[in-house]
Design a binder for this molecule. Structure first.
Ligand SMILES: [Ca+2]
Ligand SMILES: [Zn+2]
Length: 204
């Protein structure tokens, strides 16, 4: 955990990815603990892109541990009016390298962004990137669903719906014990075995 002396100014960089095929306009605020330390007003993230916002944050005068969180109030997202979402900070993968699509060692918004780019057809992913992107454990990342990108977002924000992982703070793929091939129905006991099969049999 980063440790800064009281009263020191630090620049916070906040990345926001929009993996969905619609532009996203939202109000963005940065919190340290329960205190609002920066507000960016209305921000628009074009479909399939990522932006970075910067703010100078002065460390609190009282020593302690302050969780950093970002509140994003979505103003215009077709079908979802005024939804409150939280964009999370980078986290390690809960199992192996799952969720780390770009291979930088952490699960971040950039990984969700890469999935979004793949889903909207603007960038291919390698076989091994697709395996790491398959955090929902379905054995594929296809162009009709952004389940995997959304699930990474939920993991980063710590807001995974309880029914998805039984209330556990992890990625769904990390607690699954049986995997079914999306293309032929064959059953595997590990996610790696499923993806080795995808490559050998289905050339994916
Ligand atoms: Ca990553
Ligand atoms: Zn198969």
């Amino acid at each position: 955990m980063p440790n800064f002396p009281p009263g020191v100014g630090k620049t916070a960089i906040i990345g926001i990815s929009n993996p969905q095929p619609l532009d996203l306009t939202c109000l963005v605020e940065l919190y340290l603990g329960s205190s609002k330390v920066a507000a960016f007003g209305e921000v628009t993230v074009i479909a399939g892109t990522r932006i970075e916002l910067e703010a100078l944050v002065v460390m609190p005068s009282v020593e302690g541990t302050y969780p950093v969180s970002i509140q994003t109030s979505v103003k215009k997202l077709t079908g979802f009016a005024d939804v409150l979402i939280k964009a999370g900070l980078p986290r390690p993968s809960p199992c192996g390298d799952m969720g780390d699509v770009d291979g930088d060692g952490l699960v971040t918004n950039a990984d969700a962004y890469l999935i979004g780019q793949y889903v909207i057809g603007s960038k291919p992913l390698t076989h091994d990137q697709l395996r790491r992107a398959d955090v929902y454990g379905l054995g594929f990342v296809d162009a009709t669903s952004i389940t995997d990108a959304m699930h990474i977002g939920q993991y980063l924000a710590g807001v995974i719906p309880p029914d998805v992982t039984g209330g556990r703070d992890t990625l769904k793929v990390c607690i699954m014990t049986s995997f079914s091939c999306h293309y032929c129905g064959a059953i595997f006991t590990t996610h790696d075995a499923l993806w080795a099969h995808n490559l050998a049999v289905h050339h994916i």
